[in-house]
Write a protein of this length. Structure first.
Ligand code: ADP
Ligand code: MG
Length: 642
């Protein structure tokens, strides 16, 4: 055999059968069952991948023109064969080599996948939206196909480095070597009997328009006509095929706002965000001048499964002068806005930026602060629609609460977007803004009061609220894990101090009149002896004992000094393995309460036990744990049977 001549391989050789990663099998199972009524989305997913592959080739070719292999007209082609019941999606994008194929079409690389899939309960598994939250991707082909063949070759590789991948979407797939003259990827769906409707010109065209109009690369379908001569007469019955572009094929964000419909914005969102459901809001801006960029940001309708994964995907899709550069460019938005999806296209960066270069470029920070403002403004606008905003808040509120700590400069803007539970409604739904609170403040009230505890009921029923309820002063009920952390970075709103009702001395400002204050002082004086006795009896268990007027129904409560880390935060940090210096609480007694009167009347014998019971109860009411619960029970039982 002479040099340079290779045998022609028309069929795949050196087949090897490999098993899918467990997660893929699970996903396939779930998808096929839950997405039946949405099955047309397979086409969107496969075109989306083909368009991504074209974007990637264009980017790689910036450095190396030869990768185009003489065919720089990037495109996606869709063909069908109604007799064979196949639909083929083909692109001349970047293509894949064998390792790519095995990794991309045999595993799911997203971290947290296994946990997510295992957590779905039987009922949830039927919920299309939950699967959509995961992003269905390539494997969605198996909703309509009982076998998929992929033929691909990476741009720049030799013709015999092609790969064939075949699978019935059950436990395994086959990979083989293939001679493939052209680079790029071809996906052949062998349709299930009940999905043969998709092997139809009209159906495919309308799906392309519905889902992929906004894709920048042209999506083409063949039209076969009888050949005609210049006068339009048929020529000897022969046929010619022309490839007709079906979609709009201009980058959506480049088009003027007024010319893009809501449906187009929504469809584009699904492509960039790899999401299945509609976005809640979007903001499309073109900026010229000092910075030059176009951004199209979206607020998703639901949280991605990896919102709290450390290395979960986040950030925008970055383009430089319309050339795709990278997915998930996380440098352009702060972490607390990591749920925002979208596109940034700028002239301010060079085409050869890399993730490393982005970290050093001062223009990146400028664009970041501009996009942050855009995103916050978009949320503010969304907040005018109460129902939509509530849905946003329930989904992403806990993430936005990271904002005041991370972004000092925008603290005021973020504060305005926060929502809390409150004694105004006594509902666990976080739907009250700080502005709502301020509007309802009582005459003479100059502070915003809040309580933090582990769980809604612990806040709502806390003894600390008794005086506030009696006086009709509203208190915000903070029951998210992150709340104490949030409040340690949020000290003021609208010129009013935010005050934790479980810390420091109670100060109701001018809501209490002089007479009341005087009466309190007198009570304190009258109870000095009692306070001293209790302190002696409890010793080191408490830092101080006081009488209080913050209680009406409970005999006692514990408070912390004003600048001390709160109980809730302590418990979180201790659970995370941090050792913290011990703080002793201040015990406050309600002088009006019968149990306190009983304590005062007790002789030396029962006094210490009763004092200890009051302290332990107060700790329990706070959500705290007793060091020696059995001793508490014993004392209480003794008291009950006395
Ligand atoms: P995603 O698009 O969210 O990454 P998919 O399941 O849709 O997930 O695709 C998995 C991966 O397979 C892609 O990230 C890509 O690397 C690869 N892939 C899929 N389709 C193509 C294609 N037409 N050309 C090149 N690579 C592809
Ligand atoms: Mg995809």
């Amino acid at each position: 055999m002479s040099k340079g001549v290779r045998p022609t391989m028309t069929t795949a050789t050196h087949e090897e059968t490999l098993g899918f990663q467990t997660e893929v099998k699970q996903l396939l199972n779930l998808m096929i069952h839950s997405l039946y009524s949405n099955r047309e989305i397979f086409l969107r997913e496969l075109i989306s991948n083909a368009a991504d592959a074209c974007d990637k080739l264009r980017y790689a070719a910036l450095d190396n023109d030869a990768l185009y292999e003489g065919d720089s007209e990037l495109r996606v082609e869709i063909e069908h064969d109604s007799d064979a019941k196949t639909v083929t999606i083909r692109d001349n994008g970047i293509g894949m080599n064998r390792d790519d194929v095995v990794a991309n079409l045999g595993t799911i690389a997203k971290s947290g996948t296994a946990e997510f899939l295992n957590q779905l309960s039987g009922e949830q598994q039927k919920d299309a939206k939950l699967i959509g939250q995961f992003g269905v991707g390539f494997y969605s082909g198996f909703i309509v196909a009982d076998e998929i063949t992929v033929r691909t070759r990476k741009a720049g590789d030799a013709a015999d480095a092609g790969v064939e991948w075949r699978s019935k979407g059950e436990g395994e797939f086959v990979v083989a070597e293939l001679e493939r003259e052209k680079h790029g990827t071809e996906i052949i769906l062998h349709l299930k009997d009940d999905a043969s409707e998709f092997a139809d010109d009209y159906r495919l065209q309308s799906l392309v328009r519905k889902y992929s109009d906004h894709i920048e690369v042209p999506v083409k379908m063949p039209r076969t006509e009888k050949a005609t001569d210049d006068e339009g007469n048929e020529v000897d019955g022969s046929e010619v095929t022309t490839w007709e572009t079906i979609n709009e094929a201009t980058a959506l964000w480049v088009r003027p706002k007024g010319e893009v419909s809501d449906d187009e914005y929504k469809a584009f969102y699904k492509h960039v965000a790899h999401d299945f459901s509609d976005p809640l809001a979007w903001s499309h801006n073109k900026v010229e001048g000092n910075l030059e960029y176009t951004s199209l940001l979206y607020v998703p309708g639901r949280a991605p499964f990896d919102l709290y994964e450390r290395d979960g995907a986040r950030g925008v899709k970055l383009y430089v002068q319309r050339v795709f550069i990278m997915d998930d460019a996380e440098q352009f938005l702060p972490l607390y806005l990591r749920f925002i999806k979208g596109v940034l296209d700028t002239r301010d960066l060079s085409l050869n930026v890399s993730r490393e270069l982005l970290q050093q470029d001062p223009k990146v920070d400028k664009i970041k602060s501009a996009l942050t403002k855009r995103a916050l403004d978009m949320l503010k606008k969304l907040s005018k629609d109460k129902e939509a905003y509530q849905s946003f808040w329930n989904t992403f509120g806990a993430v936005l609460k990271e904002g005041p700590a991370e972004d000092f400069a925008n603290r005021d803007k973020i504060s305005g977007l926060l929502r809390f539970s409150s004694t105004h409604t006594d509902s666990a739904t976080q739907d009250q803004s700080l502005a709502d609170y301020v509007e309802r403040m009582k005459e003479g009230q100059d502070k915003i009061y809040y309580i933090v505890a582990d769980g809604f009921n612990a806040t709502k029923n806390s003894p600390h609220l008794e005086i506030f309820r009696k006086k009709g002063i509203e208190v915000l009920l903070l029951h998210d894990r992150i709340d104490e952390w949030l409040m340690s970075h949020l000290t003021e709103f609208d010129g009013k101090k935010l005050v934790d009702v479980a810390k420091g001395d109670l100060d109701l400002g001018d809501v209490e009149n002089e007479e009341e204050k005087k009466a309190q002082e007198e009570t304190a004086k009258a109870k000095e002896d009692l306070v001293k006795r209790v302190k002696e009896a409890l010793g080191d268990e408490v830092q101080e004992v006081k009488v209080t007027h913050r209680l009406t129904d409970s005999p006692a409560c514990v408070v912390l000094p004003e600048h001390e880390m709160g109980f809730q935060m302590r418990r979180i940090m201790e659970a995370a393995g941090q050792s913290l210096p011990e703080v002793k609480p201040i015990l406050e007694l309600n002088p009006e309460h019968a149990l306190v009167a009983r304590l005062e009347a007790a002789g030396d014998e029962g006094f210490a036990d009763l004092a200890r019971i009051l302290l332990d109860q107060a700790i329990i009411a706070e959500g705290g744990h007793l060091d020696d619960p059995a001793a508490y029970v014993k004392r209480l039982n003794a008291l009950l049977s006395a």
